[in-house]
Ligand binder design. Structure first.
Ligand SMILES: Cc1cc2nc3c(=O)[nH]c(=O)nc-3n(C[C@H](O)[C@H](O)[C@H](O)COP(=O)(O)OP(=O)(O)OC[C@H]3O[C@@H](n4cnc5c(N)ncnc54)[C@H](O)[C@@H]3O)c2cc1C
Length: 522
């Protein structure tokens, strides 16, 4: 068998890892349950990359990142990112990711004004990756298990797009499965982003850290018949966020400049909008924005929606955006399971209690390279007990005509439990109620017997989404303070004396329960 690295997830982190490993001469197999590149959250991104610059020295960048993360960041990861951001940007430049320096941030500039920049960026990268020697991309492949033998990763198993059960052997596997924002009723993520990667990791015995820290983006479209999309920054100075009475909400809560708040204070801003939404609706008012802005990105994108943005304020809500928690890696990008590496949003540590805008994509390129490099050096381990491609006897039902409504209805209810019980503001009573609702919900799911390929996939997604939500609830009940993106009604302030700690969850597949512990930041 050739030396091989398997990468689960073709988002920015997975693609950068793939280019890196491929350049080291190993065979790379990229598996993604959606389309290669375009089904990812990276393709939804605004393509802004943070990092030190000549007028923004590393010390300042690190201090700002940790200040936004309210001191829960893993210090070596912040320092590593600061040190390697620039050379990582240089690495991706010839691959099709040419970043331009704007006044406060670097950004990818696409040719089209009316298409999300992340989609333009990912299309270019995925196309280039597909042309590389030694790289195979398998879209539509859903990994359901990380295979281990004698305490080491030896490959993965899952279903291909036709429902065939397949095992792939490899010397190293990289988990680049992204976050879980679509677990929440209101969100701006790809709708399949339900946290499957966290549960693959938890089932493989990995701990999940800081799951209670979930970032909400303040400005997500909430109009009827509208896609649940973020209103992309930057916002022209004439934009205003207003309430039912026409009051300027940012002014009312002392939020200040919208663009600045989006970079540094998403937690505070989302909490204000959530509070305001309790007593009425909140709107983004573009009506004073002059004509020239409407032919440029990002407002040019709004033309395709059936809403008169130029003359009517549009309803908005905060929505789930990003997961700060996830799996732990070491300085080689390796998890606690030998041979299993991780990069991108699925990894915990860089962002602490709240992420600074632009740091997620930088994390993808920096840690994608780290994981790709070190995974490639372990790909040559030869006595893999699993063949490179082994089709299993069991396959999924191929019928596609069995109705999905019961699953869709359960997904909707799961999202409601997440939003109302473990959302922007959490309380002991609400979290406990969420836990009970989840038990009843799981019993209902258990009664369904999926008969078609889409139903089996959705069933699996729902199962892992529910496990993840249980983890979020467990960690949220444990943390008795408010910090960054995490707000507890009973404990409205950060407690620097007792809670400068990261939470750690381990999953017991037999009982279906998590064990929780807290550890001082190191
Ligand atoms: C609307 C929006 C705008 C954003 N804008 C910015 C920005 O401008 N700057 C910034 O820094 N950050 C931004 N972010 C955050 C950033 O885009 C994400 O954190 C980042 O793209 C995540 O990249 P990733 O490679 O880790 O995961 P993803 O891009 O989400 O890719 C993960 C892939 O793994 C696949 N996968 C998951 N589980 C499995 C499985 N079991 N089997 C097979 N495949 C699987 C998924 O289908 C997905 O395709 C934004 C996020 C959103 C939602």
């Amino acid at each position: 068998m050739n030396d091989r690295v398997i990468i689960i997830g073709a988002g920015l982190a997975g693609i950068v890892a793939a280019f890196t490993a491929q350049r080291k001469g190993v065979e790379v197999l990229v598996l993604d349950r959606t389309g290669a590149g375009l089904g990812t959250n990276s393709a939804m991104a605004n393509a802004m990359f943070n990092g030190p610059r000549p007028d923004y020295p590393p010390q300042e960048y690190m201090a700002d990142t940790i200040k936004t993360g309210k001191n829960l960041n893993v210090p070596w990861m912040v320092e590593f990112t600061s040190t390697h951001a620039e050379d990582s940007f240089e690495f991706v430049r010839p691959l099709g990711l040419d970043l331009k320096q704007l006044p406060t941030i670097r950004a990818f500039r696409g040719e089209r004004q009316d298409i999300i920049l992340g989609a333009q960026m990912m299309r270019a990268l995925a196309k280039n990756l597909a042309r590389q020697a030694n790289v195979r991309i398998a879209p539509g492949f859903q990994v359901t298990e990380i295979l281990q033998q004698e305490g080491r990763t030896v490959g993965v198993s899952g279903w291909d797009r036709k429902g065939r059960a397949i095992r792939f052997g490899a010397g190293a596997v990289i988990l680049a499965t992204g976050g879980a924002g679509a677990l929440y009723l209101h969100n701006d993520n790809q709708k399949s982003t339900l946290g499957q990667g966290y549960i693959l990791a938890a089932r493989a015995g990995l701990a999940l850290w800081d799951l209670e820290f979930v970032q909400f983006y303040p400005l997500v479209l909430a109009g009827e018949h509208m896609p649940k999309l973020m209103l992309y920054p930057s916002y022209p100075p004439e934009c205003r966020v207003i309430n039912n009475h026409g009051e300027d909400v940012a002014e009312k809560f002392g939020i200040g400049d919208l663009n600045q708040a989006i970079r540094d204070k998403r937690d505070e801003f989302s909490a204000c909008l959530f509070a305001e939404n309790q007593s009425g609706q909140v709107f983004m008012d573009f009506t004073n924005v002059p004509d020239p802005a409407w032919i440029r990105y990002p407002l040019a994108m709004l033309d395709k929606y059936n809403f008169d943005f130029r003359n009517k304020p549009v309803p908005i809500t905060p929505g789930c955006h990003f997961f700060m928690g996830g799996v732990q890696i070491d300085r080689q990008g390796q998890t606690s399971l030998p041979g299993l590496f991780a990069c991108g949003e699925v990894v915990w540590g860089m962002h602490g209690a709240n992420r600074k805008g632009g740091n997620a994509l930088t994390e993808c390129v920096v840690f994608g390279r780290l994981a790709g490099n070190h995974a490639a050096s372990q790909a040559q381990i030869t006595d893999i007990p699993i063949s490179p491609h082994q089709e299993m006897a069991a396959s999924l039902p191929v019928s596609t005509d069995v109705p999905l409504p019961p699953y869709r209805e359960l997904l909707q209810r799961l999202r409601e439990i997440a939003w109302y019980r473990a959302g922007i503001k959490r309380s002991h009573a609400g979290l406990e109620k969420g836990r009970q609702e989840l038990v009843a919900w799981e019993a209902e799911l258990g009664n369904l017997k999926p008969q078609s390929l889409p139903a089996v996939r959705l069933h699996e997604d729902l199962r892992s989404g529910a496990i993840l939500l249980k983890g979020i609830i467990t960690a949220s009940l444990g943390r008795q303070e408010s910090r960054g993106a995490f707000l507890r009604e009973e404990y409205p302030h950060a407690d620097e004396n007792n809670w400068l700690k990261n939470s750690r969850l381990t999953y017991d597949a037999n009982s279906g329960e998590f064990s929780l512990s807290f550890h001082p930041v190191t």
